[in-house]
Design a protein around this ligand. Structure first.
Ligand code: ADP
Length: 594
């Protein structure tokens, strides 16, 4: 069933016929004797309960006359009776009422009767109006109730729609959440895979470095030894070439490994006190001979406001400077190279300093300035042919400088020279840090030679090479082929220092070191080891490995080693570490009386 509209409701309210009908009913009740007839302006007839029958001509006459005057007119009916007619302006209709007898010809309505009639009519009209008002009120009540119903329905509809939207939103959020969870899981999985790949990559690099460095060790070591034997000039030249080529190959291997380490975010800078002037002096000294050969000067200067002792990674700083000065040397034929460290300002307790390496060499074309900092890129195609190099040096320097909190840049002019510079914050080393470092060195005498060394090494070539280098440094040597064998040696002999290879079959260097430390800590076991029982200090063990990663170094220390030497064994490095690590007292003083 369709709902009623507002128009329907108002149509009902203004029905004129109903209005006339209800007036007649009121009058019927007020005048129970009278016969009534109502003629609307439209000509419609409405009869009372007791209808008044009139001839149409008399009716029309009465209607016409009543409309013409303000008051009652009289008429005579066919049956001899009389009637009165009056125009009701409010209802737009003429009312005709019967009366008992026909009035005389000259009848004029009596004022008291007409007043009575008027009052009756007014009362009927009033009643009729009241009924209409009651009807209107009922309509309004109905209308309000319909509106209320509609409003209720609207609220209900809205609420239903709201619930529906809420459900949809929840469903959407659920879908979204599960989608996000799915994608997060996928990302996590991809991340794990990437980490695994990165780990495999760095393991691969570490292994490669081991595999590459071990033979390099032999090539460089033996060719160095060979140059010291009696050779013809030609043989000497060949041997020097082998040494130089192997050394540059080793540099390349180290560069590639460095870059891989930096890119994997695995390169960590050391924070140890060092003497800045010593580092700069060393670098300048390294290039003195090639500079003299070329007729080029090398000078260096450090601003006096820069502290002498700095906290940081001296090896990496040296590496950057060697690279920059090495390049300057390579590309400069006359004039000079100047290394400078200038004071810029102080910020947050650090001395912001500018390192620059200036040369009077060939310079770099402006359009190549950016490219030279990229990996494997040189200023022009002929560089490799003319000067050698791989284009890795500056890429590594750039990354190292950035790790130190600075930026590497160059100002250059073709034919005039170049200045490579970087600005980094330097931290002054505290007295505490300096004394701690110096304290670590106690018990060792720099430059001391003599003493017994146990070399634990499985590779026969390396045994021979290390053996020759160690004896040349003035030490006595004993060789063990693996960790187990080194323990056997320690049961019957005393040593001042053990050079312990890390990777060995049977028992590796880490395990052997851990066992030695465990024996030292156990008085009962120690009694069975001649090499350990009489010692006042723990036996010095220096790791020997082709792995050059920081984590390998840390692993050596964790196993209980005191030092770390990377292969290939370079003569100078070996001499330095042996003299640094060799205990002050000769082993003879610890020798067991048995
Ligand atoms: P490499 O020297 O092994 O080629 P680098 O990354 O150290 O690699 O240098 C990249 C290139 O930048 C060099 O090949 C050279 O073309 C240019 N370059 C670097 N330093 C200088 C310099 N001091 N003078 C002129 N050119 C230079």
């Amino acid at each position: 069933m369709s709902e009623p509209t507002f128009d329907d409701i108002f149509d009902e309210l203004i029905d004129p016929n109903e209005e006339l009908q209800s007036f007649l009913m009121s009058l019927d009740a007020l005048l129970p004797e009278a016969l009534l007839l109502l003629v609307s302006d439209a000509g419609t007839l409405f009869e009372g309960v007791r209808p008044l029958v009139l001839s149409p001509s008399l009716r029309e006459q009465l209607v016409r006359q009543a409309k013409g005057i303000d008051g009652f007119v009289a008429g005579k009916m066919d049956n001899g009776g009389g009637c009165h007619a009056v125009y009701l302006v409010k209802l737009s209709a003429v009312l005709i009422i019967s009366c008992a007898a026909a009035p005389a010809e000259d009848w004029r309505p009596d004022s008291s009767i007409t007043t009575l009639l008027h009052n009756t009519l007014d009362l009927a009209l009033y009643r009729q109006e009241r009924e209409m008002l009651v009807a209107e009120h009922e309509q309004s009540v109905r209308q309000i109730s319909i509106l209320q119903q509609q409003h209720g329905k609207l609220v209900e509809d809205n609420f239903r729609q709201y619930r529906l939207n809420q459900e949809r939103e929840k469903e959407y959020a659920r879908k979204l959440e599960s989608e996000i969870a799915k994608q997060t899981a996928e990302l996590r999985e991809a991340n794990v895979r990437l980490e695994e790949i990165s780990r495999l990559k760095s393991d691969f690099l570490a292994n490669m470095s081991h595999e590459l460095r071990t033979p390099m060790n032999a090539i460089i070591g033996f060719s160095e030894l060979l140059t010291e034997t009696s050779l013809t000039e030609e043989q000497y030249d060949y041997t020097r070439t082998i040494t130089q080529s192997a050394t540059s190959l080793l540099t390349l291997i180290n560069d590639i490994l460095d870059l891989a380490k930096i890119e994997a975010g695995k390169l960590e800078l050391e924070r140890l006190p060092f003497d800045l002037a010593e580092v700069i002096g060393n670098v300048a000294a390294m290039f003195k001979i090639p500079a003299r050969e070329k007729g080029v000067s090398v000078t260096s200067r450090i601003d006096s406001r820069i502290p002498k002792k700095i906290m940081g990674d001296s090896n990496r700083l040296r590496q950057i400077l060697i690279n920059l000065v090495g390049n300057a040397m390579k590309f400069t034929e006359r004039g000079g190279i100047d290394i400078q460290v200038d004071y810029e300002r102080e910020a947050a307790g650090r001395i912001v300093s500018r390192f620059s390496v200036r040369d009077s060499g060939i310079g770099i074309p402006p359009d190549r300035v950016e490219a030279i900092f990229e990996k494997f890129t040189q200023a022009d195609g002929s560089t490799t042919r003319k000067y050698g190099g791989t284009g890795l040096g500056l890429a590594i320097c750039l990354q190292l400088v950035e790790l130190m909190g600075g930026h590497l840049a160059v100002a250059s002019e073709v034919g005039k020279g170049s200045t490579f510079y970087f600005v980094i914050p330097l931290e002054e080393a505290s007295a505490e840090a300096i004394s701690l470092k110096e304290h670590k060195g106690t018990g060792r005498v720099k430059g001391a030679t003599g003493g017994r060394i146990l070399l634990v090494e499985d590779n026969a070539v390396n045994q021979r090479l290390a053996g020759i280098l160690i004896t040349r440094e003035g030490y006595e040597i004993e060789v063990a082929s693996d960790g187990a064998e080194s323990l056997e040696h320690l049961q019957s002999q005393s040593f001042d220092l053990v050079l312990m290879d890390v990777q060995m079959p049977n028992m590796d260097g880490m395990e052997a070191t851990r066992r030695i430390r465990a024996i030292e800590a156990d008085p009962l076991q120690r009694q069975n080891y001649v090499g350990l029982r009489a010692r006042k200090e723990p036996l010095v063990i220096v790791g020997l490995t082709a792995h050059a990663r920081k984590e390998d170094e840390l692993a050596c220390y964790e196993a209980g080693m005191n030092g770390f030497l990377t292969k290939p064994i370079i003569k100078a490095k070996l001499a330095m570490i042996l003299s640094e690590m060799m205990p002050r007292l000769s082993c003879l003083e610890h020798k067991d009386p048995s």
